[in-house]
Structure formats: C-alpha cells, structure tokens
Design a protein around this ligand. Structure first.
Ligand code: CO8
Length: 258
C-alpha cells in the first residue's frame, strides 16, 4: 500500500481509515495534505472491500485549520491560477459514507473538513469554530455554506463574525455533530457506528447519501424527483430482493453490494 507524508491510512474489516498526521502543528492542513486525503478517499472509493471511511486526527486536535504558514504570502491570483479548491470539490463527490471523529480543535479549514463528513462523532472536549475573521479572511472551503445550512443563518453569522469557539455541547445542540463521546472511547465508538453502516446494503447507503446531499442544495421538487429515481434504481439490485425476502422469511438479510 501507498505511504503518505501527512496522513496515516489503513484498513480494518470493511472500514477505510484516514488519520491526519501532523500532530506537531495540530494537523494544520496544507495543500499536499488535502491531495493525500483525496487520493486515499478515491482509493477507498474504488475498493469493493471498503464500505465506509473514517476520518480522524492524530494528537490533540482534529485539525486547527488551513496551514497559515503556507498561505500567509499568497495573493488572490495565486489561488485562482492554482484552482485552490479543486481537491476539496472532489472530496465532496466521494460516494461512500464518511464518518468523522473529532477531538480537540476543529477550526477553520479543519472545521470545513469535518463538515465534509456525513456523520460526525465528537469528543466532549472538542472545540469547533471559524477564527478566519481574526486573520482578516473567511472560510473558503465551504464553511459559510455548509455551516449555515446546518445551523441556520442566525448562529452562522454570530460564529463567523466573532470567530468564537463552539463547544461540543453547542455543536450537538445545533445539529453539527451526531453524538458526544468521552475522549477515551471516541475512536472505539466511532468505529462501531461506522461498522454498523458498513453492514447495511451498500447501494442503499450510497443512493441515500446522494439523495440527502441533493436535498441540501436543490429545491424540494427537484430533490424529490432525484430521490424517486434513486428509489426506483434500488429495485434493480439483488440486495433489495434479499432484504425484502429476508423480512418476509423473518431472518437476517445477507447483503452483497450488488
Ligand atoms: N497553521 C499553521 N500552524 C498551526 C496552525 C495553523 N492553522 N494551528 C496551529 N499551528 C501550530 C502552531 O504554530 C504551533 O507551532 P509551533 O509549535 O511551531 O509554534 C503548533 O501548531 C501548536 O500550536 P499552539 O502552540 O498555538 O497551541 P495552543 O494550544 O497554544 O493553541 C490554537 C491552539 C488555539 C488552535 C492555536 O494554535 C491557533 O489559534 N491556531 C490557529 C487557528 C486558526 O486561526 N485557524 C484558521 C486558519 S485559516 C483557515 O483555516 C482558512 C481556511 C480557508 C480555506 C481552507 C483550505 C484548507
């Protein structure tokens, strides 16, 4: 398997695991790290043995933001010519479920990366936030859009205008994370949750993810049409036949991802 410089990648049963691995700088996200995350995710995407992806950070943070040293001297045209967020756009196109485990800081670009996850499990000491305003900038990898759609305009304005930290408890209250877990059990419990999802019918999970993400960015009627097509499509899978037959026969289904 490949080796990476800024992340650690492994597999466990049906899970693909990615851990941000620059603990000395609280996993500050530089451009090569984003490329590596994308590369690892795309490998898992085509690996039929992998049914869910778990994203976490090593050390005392999930990620304390984009690497400030790397971008301190950039200007607008540098970003434009480099197409700075092309890897981020592709991250958002990963079709397998991504489950994030956040402990410590998830700030700036680190929070944006967390918001790219489909489910988020949070240590009860985690702190989220968009401190970009304190640096004279703003989120650029989807933060203003994704946070507003999750938590609403009111809190998004407050948090982005002030840059203040959002506690794990507040994040739970505003629907940003799914569940709080003690720091000691975070990875174990996240893996359990991911394993549960990995045991569901893979094509159901895939098309549900696609449809829910559609709901976030399309009008209801378009989203409904999209949902309907995906619903129809599931009836061309063996797993649908198996799932319903198992129900009728009062036994557990055995899904094959076909
Ligand atoms: N970039 C580069 N280095 C960082 C970053 C960062 N974002 N965050 C922490 N570090 C480094 C520190 O410089 C320090 O390095 P060194 O030991 O060499 O001095 C090391 O990590 C440890 O950090 P601290 O000593 O500061 O640890 P503390 O516990 O005292 O403080 C904090 C932790 C509060 C998290 C503090 O490190 C901090 O404020 N970090 C910056 C947070 C921030 O402003 N993040 C937003 C960055 S801007 C951004 O994300 C824009 C996103 C737009 C696009 C996204 C593209 C990826």
């Amino acid at each position: 398997s490949k080796t990476y410089e800024y992340i650690e990648v492994s597999k466990q049963d049906q899970l693909g695991l990615i851990a941000l691995n620059r603990p000395k700088v609280l996993n500050a996200i530089n451009r090569p790290m984003v490329s590596e995350i994308l590369d690892a995710m795309e490998s898992f995407e085509t690996d039929i043995g992998v049914r869910a992806i778990v994203l976490s950070g090593k050390g005392r943070a999930f990620a304390a933001g984009a690497d400030i040293d790397e971008m301190a001297n950039d200007n607008a045209i540098d970003f434009e010519l480099r197409n700075q967020f092309k890897d981020w756009d592709r991250l958002a196109m990963i079709k397998k479920p991504i489950i994030g485990a956040v402990q410590g800081f998830a700030l700036g670009g680190g929070f944006e990366l967390a918001l790219c996850c489909d489910l988020l499990y949070s240590a009860d000491d985690a702190e989220f936030g968009f401190p970009e305003v304190n640096l004279g900038v703003m989120p650029g990898a989807g933060g203003t859009q994704r946070l507003t759609k999750l938590a609403g305009k009111t809190k998004a304005m407050e948090w982005l205008f002030t840059g203040k930290r959002i506690s794990a408890r507040e994040a739970l209250h505003h629907g940003i994370v799914n569940q709080l877990i003690s720091k000691e059990l975070l990875m174990e419990e996240t893996m359990k949750a991911a394993e549960q999802i990995a045991n569901q019918a893979p094509i159901s999970i895939r098309l549900i993810k696609e449809a829910i993400l559609k709901a976030v960015d399309t009008p209801l009627n378009e989203g409904m049409e999209f949902e309907r097509k995906n619903f129809y499509l599931l009836f061309s899978t063996d797993d649908q036949k198996e799932g319903m037959q198992a129900f009728i026969e009062k036994r557990k289904p055995h899904f094959k991802g076909k």
